[in-house]
Design a binder for this molecule. Structure first.
Ligand code: ZN
Length: 151
């Protein structure tokens, strides 16, 4: 199977069978983000265990509507970061952001990004980059709120 087709398959799988979808309690921070250019919306909750950058991402849950890319991205992200520390999750987010800004030129690091490498092709379509980044932005916001409450 061609790489592009395989990536398509991963995105469709997460879109059809979203992981961690549905808002859960308890949570420490929540954020609602909208991508007006595409009409995507996500409400995302984060529960942290501990304080500061070393806190563990104990749970991420969300409710999302919109295009397949935005919804699949939220699902992939939740799988990637639940269980890691805030610091580690931020690093993965930075790696994903770099991939999205690469205009199809970067070789994604599959060890770091796992299923998120499937979005590599999205970086060639500027209009869709915000779709892929929406959940990550919401996560950063919700995490900042959760950390604020914890301190
Ligand atoms: Zn979209």
């Amino acid at each position: 199977m061609q790489l592009e087709a395989m990536y398509q398959e991963v995105i469709l799988d997460h879109y059809r069978n979203p992981r961690n979808k549905g808002l859960r309690e308890p949570y420490g921070g929540e954020a609602h983000h909208v991508n007006p250019t595409c009409g995507d919306e996500v409400t995302l909750r984060v529960r942290l265990d501990g304080e500061g950058q070393d806190a563990r991402v104990a749970d991420v849950s969300y409710d999302a509507m919109g295009c397949s890319i935005s919804q699949a991205s939220a699902s992939v992200m939740s799988e990637l970061i639940i269980g890691s520390s805030v610091k580690e999750a931020m690093a993965v987010g930075d790696e994903f952001l770099a991939l999205m800004q690469s205009r199809g030129q970067s070789e994604p690091d599959e060890d770091v990004l796992e299923d998120a490498v499937a979005f590599a092709g999205v970086s060639r379509y500027p209009a869709r980059i915000k779709c892929a980044l929406l959940a990550w932005m919401a996560w950063k916001d919700a995490t900042a709120r959760a950390l604020g409450e914890a301190s």
